[in-house]
Design a protein around this ligand. Structure first.
Ligand code: G3H
Ligand code: ZN
Length: 283
């Protein structure tokens, strides 16, 4: 069933595992991720950025596509459709009205007072609709939808204020993670993560899940991270498989023949992540 992220994340935090957010880029991603979740008996979050939503034809198209696939597949595991890095109240409202079950309001590029104000407004609307809300404090490094930002660690006091004043369901404190591949090993602020978890009672979210080693995943999950976002790793796996298929048979032109291997590569990548995050067999 289509549900918000609230219950799945709380169960994850309580029982020591994290739910993966895997971003959608087109139909094939939705197919691969829903199939992986059902096979693994894992709850799953389908992330949709504003740019990817637009690419797929709009939020309503995404919701209709996911609902139809779930019906065709007879999906039994909990699935959330989540707006990733929502930039404004208006975009979040648009997603909620299109049928998204969860939204992220990313006010992290604004001063904290403004971030809190935006987040509060989104929470008010979202909770009326039974939709969960994620907020961000500090900034994740790397590129997201063409916007490049430097890493800025989340401030403990700001995290506390934001959670207390807004009633958000989960918090993404930026602690050294990066969108896209890491240059060398990631250097995550686990000490800060622990301090934040001591003052906020909501599950934490880890962005930039691509390329984080298993030991760091396990550490973050053991501290109370209940959601981990992955996008680039699936894109790399898909691109590699499609490239291989086209290189091996330059005469190929039927998309089913060269995109099919890409879809399978996404599915296997997602299955691997679900096992690492511990969410397999938790649905
Ligand atoms: O919000 C989406 C993510 O944080 C994905 O990061 O592309 O580095 O896996 P990634
Ligand atoms: Zn992110």
């Amino acid at each position: 069933p289509l549900v918000s992220m609230k219950e799945m994340m709380e169960k994850g935090k309580e029982n020591g595992y994290a739910i993966g957010q895997f971003n959608l880029n087109n139909l094939e991603y939705a197919q691969a991720i829903l199939q992986a979740a059902e096979e693994e008996k894992s709850p799953v979050i389908l992330g949709v950025s504003e740019g990817a939503g637009k690419y797929m034809g709009g939020f309503k198209v995404v919701v209709a596509m996911v609902k139809a696939l779930m019906e065709e597949y007879g999906t039994t595991v909990p699935v959330a459709i989540h707006l990733d890095h929502g930039s404004s109240f208006e975009k979040c409202a648009q997603a909620i009205h299109a049928g998204f079950t969860s939204v992220m309001i990313d006010g992290s590029h604004h001063p904290i007072e403004q971030n809190i104000e935006m987040t509060k407004k989104v929470v008010e609307l979202a909770h009326i609709h039974g939709v969960s809300v994620e907020a961000e404090v500090g900034t994740v490094g790397g590129e997201e939808d063409g916007v490049i930002g430097g890493i800025q660690y989340a401030d403990l006091e700001e995290c506390k204020q934001l959670v207390e004043q807004t009633g958000v369901d989960c918090l993404a404190p930026a602690l050294g993670s990066v969108h896209g591949p890491y240059q060398g090993e990631p250097n995550l602020g686990f000490k800060e993560m622990e301090e934040i978890l001591n003052v906020v009672n909501v599950p934490l979210v880890l962005h930039g899940g691509t390329g984080i080693p298993l030991k760091d995943i396990q550490k973050a999950v053991s501290l109370g991270t209940a959601k981990i976002n992955v996008n680039t790793e699936n894109q790399i796996a898909q691109a590699k498989a499609v490239r291989k298929a086209l290189d091996e048979k330059p005469e190929l032109y039927d998309p089913r023949k060269y995109l099919g291997p890409g879809t399978e590569a996404i599915k296997q990548t997602v299955i691997g992540k679900m096992r690492e995050f511990g969410s397999s067999n938790q649905a």
